[in-house]
Write a protein that binds this ligand. Structure first.
Ligand code: UD1
Length: 422
């Protein structure tokens, strides 16, 4: 079983190059079914979630080639909307994007309920509300979601919660619906804009992505395209938090600084220097104890919930008492038990964590509870005195390309070690 072994304490210096965004790549690869032709997709991260999504497309009949690193070419000419079973969807939340895409393109889809990280109940009622508003019939039986329609018709849909997944799924379902669909109270994450741009490159008519109101005028024909995925906001934020936590001077390259503003602002509140370039951010952290701060997660452009575990970890050695409020998910503090094993002083009360800074963390054997909680353990290991061993790292591999290489490139002591016995 593979684990990460980290000897903490090294300051970080140099450059880290950010990969394409996981949460843009997954819906974009799913959306390539619309082309019925070849799509060349560039800046695709080589992570296990992307490999799983490619396997699902191949199962549906697509041919996927990788002509060079970071590039895939999807040939979707022979896709059919067969049932996607549980063993394919269980690893991946984003598998449910095939519901919207296949429904819109073929008039039907049957996809097992999705898996993904567990941070409390993850309902899909808003996805279903959107499909039904467009005229689809939705049944859930034996953990299979079955959607079908004779014809989809554009409609006005108000989402009761700001949901990334529901916004994307309704957008996908509406792409070929007759007439105009208006999604109100839409999520505004950068990956939603990226998906809209990809759909438009294939001939769709999607406007307003990145605002609360998205308008989709259904089209009947779409075609192949070449498209490059945006950089990963959360991967970049994770390395920004790591440098801030352990100290050093690192330039994070291939980013869109605007997407990182909420993270940059909080790092500055902690007393870390962030210098924005055109496509980079430079993080300078003295490494002595930084200041406590207050963080509250919320949908974009707020502070991303997917940065909450990494930021909470950084705050473990900041001077004073910090407050972190988790306002998106109802159960996203489970990993804090692991930080306590490393000496962190954290009290959790409902949706709020109170973190009182300690002088240092110390090494302990810990586990990745989920993808971002696992990234938080990596940061904790870099901060800690001694050798930290992190188990269950397949969850970290879901979303971080070449994590060991990127961190050792800036001077960290991190190894992937295959332990014979667990
Ligand atoms: C996506 C991300 C996930 C991130 C989350 C919020 C992917 C693959 N995953 O998840 O990493 O943490 O956005 O930024 O992109 N909700 C409902 N009903 C629904 C759908 C959602 O009540 O039908 C609620 C959820 O319980 C949650 C909130 O809405 O409280 C936000 O969820 P959502 O934005 O949908 O998250 P995901 O798209 O699943």
């Amino acid at each position: 079983m593979e684990k990460f072994v980290i000897r903490g304490g090294n300051k970080l210096h140099g450059n880290i190059n950010i990969s394409g965004a996981k949460n843009a790549a997954l819906p974009i690869i799913a959306a390539s079914v619309f082309a019925g032709d070849f799509c060349r997709i560039e800046n695709v991260p080589d992570i296990s979630d992307v490999r799983t999504m490619i396997k699902i497309l191949e199962f549906l009949g697509a041919k996927v080639e990788k002509p060079e690193a970071g590039v895939i070419v999807v040939d979707s000419r022979n896709i059919t909307p067969v049932t996607i079973p549980d063993e394919m969807t269980r690893k991946l939340r984003a598998s449910y994007y095939l519901l919207g895409a296949l429904l819109s393109n073929f008039g039907k889809a049957c996809v097992a309920l999705p898996g993904g990280c567990y941070f409390g109940v993850r309902p899909i009622d808003q996805h279903i509300k959107g499909f039904e508003a467009l005229g689809a019939k939705v049944d859930i039986e034996n953990a299979l979601v079955n959607v079908q329609c004779d014809e989809l018709y554009g409609s006005s849909i108000y989402l009761d919660v700001v949901s990334v997944g529901a916004t994307i799924n309704v957008m996908l379902a509406a792409v070929k619906a007759k007439g105009l669909t208006v999604i109100e109270n839409a999520a505004r994450e950068p990956h939603i804009v990226d998906l809209a741009n990809f759909l438009n490159s294939m001939g769709a008519d999607v406007r307003g992505a990145g605002t609360e109101v998205i308008k989709i005028r259904g089209v009947s024909n779409m075609h192949g395209c070449t498209y490059s995925i945006i950089p990963d906001q959360i991967e970049a934020g994770t390395y920004m938090a790591a440098v801030a936590a352990v100290g050093g001077d690192v330039t994070i390259d291939n980013v869109i600084p605007k997407h990182l503003e909420s993270i940059t602002n909080k790092l500055e509140d902690c007393g870390v220097t962030v210098i924005e370039g055109d496509e980079s951010v430079r993080i300078i952290s003295e490494g002595n104890r930084r200041k406590a701060c207050r963080v509250k997660t919320s949908p974009h452009p707020g502070f991303p919930t997917d940065m909450q575990p990494q930021f909470t970890t950084l705050l473990c050695t900041c001077n004073g008492t910090s407050t972190v409020v988790e306002d998106v998910w109802d159960n996203r503090f489970k990993y804090i038990d692991q930080l306590r094993r490393m000496g962190a002083n954290i009290i959790v009360n409902g949706d709020t964590a109170l973190i009182t800074g300690v002088d240092k963390l110390h090494a302990a054997p810990v586990e990745a509870d989920d993808l971002r909680a696992g990234a938080a353990m990596v940061i904790a290991g870099l901060m800690a005195e001694g050798e930290t061993v992190i188990g269950n790292i397949k969850l970290i591999d879901r979303g971080y390309e070449m994590l060991v290489e990127k961190l050792t490139g800036v001077g960290a002591d991190v190894k992937r070690v295959d332990f014979e016995e667990d």
